[in-house]
Design a protein around this ligand. Structure first.
Ligand code: FEO
Length: 383
């Protein structure tokens, strides 16, 4: 539990027991599930937590209330990592009114079989709720990254309750660079919905924001422009870092050798390079790096007349997240019928605004002098 301002508390908690967040993302530094309680003439709770943290959350709410009433529960997002505990709090406080939009009330019914219509204030985009000195304005953020998502702007303290936006992997108090785990979170969970994030950023431009309180990650209390600017870069699919990300898969080490030779050549030309073995690294981290850098090189053997499986999975992931506005080169390998370069290109042709390098390095089993020259050409195209 954390006090954020004189009136606002984070009554949520963090967990280090999550094996895979949302069933697929590793969270080695834990995961924060934030829930905020605002004290005033009427007391307002924002969202719940994952059901595994329910008891601690209920205790925190009780402690902060210290005998006062709990009047409103605002539901920003119905994904169960936030909503799976709310039926318990609705049962515990029979006078509690739930504040949410029409899509959210329907989703709650689908997930938990309860219809809160008789205990609800159903809000529309732009509606307000006044609770003493605090005035809350509801800002719909559809498809960031679920349809019912709604942010809330509090006008007195100028606080944005941002739902899942501006969130990151990692426990609330875990000290680390915000951008790294926020970027991995953003591109893997929200990345497909850049257009929708841009739309909500435009709405938020009308508000002065002093504090951002998301449902995951730390409270953002200073340098708000820094976070807004990164979200603008990410959601517009702009290049954050000028450099090349080389993603490779290798069976016997020959494709790996080519990938590292390209890295050396690029670095000698003064280019910033990141490199990753797709079979031995976190795919979510690799997706993040594909979007972080302006250029991408994919290096893969041909297997069963197709692309090596981890490469295929990686390309599918970035395509599904709306990969675009990047320069892409290929290194293929095939001992008798190299196909991977052609197939990788076909997979990416559906993406918007991809500038393909003219040189594809085509290896027959092991690197040749011809390949060395091709790598020089490819490097010169990527500078
Ligand atoms: Fe944190 Fe989209 O749930």
């Amino acid at each position: 539990m954390n006090k954020i301002t004189d009136y606002i508390y984070n009554v949520g908690s963090s967990s280090y027991d999550v094996d895979l967040f949302e069933g697929q993302y590793i969270v080695p530094n834990g995961m924060a599930y934030n829930s905020y309680l605002v004290l005033d003439e009427k007391n307002v709770l924002f969202d719940g937590v994952d059901s595994s943290l329910k008891e601690e959350w209920e205790k925190n709410v009780e402690t902060v209330l210290s005998g006062k009433s709990l009047d409103y529960l605002v539901v920003s997002h119905v994904e169960p990592d936030h909503s799976s505990s709310i039926t318990a709090i609705m049962d515990k406080y029979p006078n509690l009114t739930i504040v949410l939009n029409a899509k959210a009330i329907a989703l709650i019914k689908q997930f938990y079989g309860v219809d809160y219509t008789n205990r609800a204030i159903i809000v529309k985009d732009g509606d307000t709720l006044t609770c003493g000195s605090h005035e809350f304005k509801f800002v719909f953020a559809p498809m960031v990254h679920w349809p019912e998502v709604m942010m809330t702007y509090e006008l007195t303290e100028k606080v944005l309750f941002s739902a899942d936006a501006f969130g990151k992997f990692g426990a609330y108090d875990y000290k680390e660079d915000w951008a790294c785990e926020a970027r991995r979170y953003y591109f893997n969970i929200v990345g497909k919905y850049g257009v929708q994030v841009q739309a909500v950023l435009k709405k938020l431009a009308n508000f002065k924001i002093n504090i951002i309180l998301g449902l995951h990650g730390p409270s953002l209390t200073e340098n708000i422009e820094y976070y807004l600017n990164l979200y603008d870069i990410w959601s517009s699919y702009s290049v954050e870092v000028d450099g090349v990300f080389i993603a490779y898969a290798s069976i016997y080490g020959n494709t790996k050798k080519a990938a590292y030779l390209l890295k050396d050549k690029l670095e000698k030309l003064g280019v910033r390079v990141a490199i990753s073995d797709l079979a031995r690294s976190d795919i979510a981290e690799n997706v993040e790096d594909a979007f972080k850098y302006g250029k991408l090189v994919l290096a893969s053997p041909t297997t069963d007349m197709d692309v090596f499986p981890v490469m295929k999975e990686f390309i599918s992931h970035i395509v599904s997240k709306n990969y675009q506005n990047r320069k892409v080169g290929f290194i293929e390998n095939g001992s008798w019928a190299a196909q991977s370069g052609k197939i990788m290109k076909e997979m990416l042709e559906k993406c918007k605004n991809i500038d393909f390098c003219t040189t594809t390095v085509s290896i027959k089993s092991a690197l040749s002098e011809k390949n060395d020259a091709e790598l020089d050409f490819l490097a010169s195209e990527l500078v």
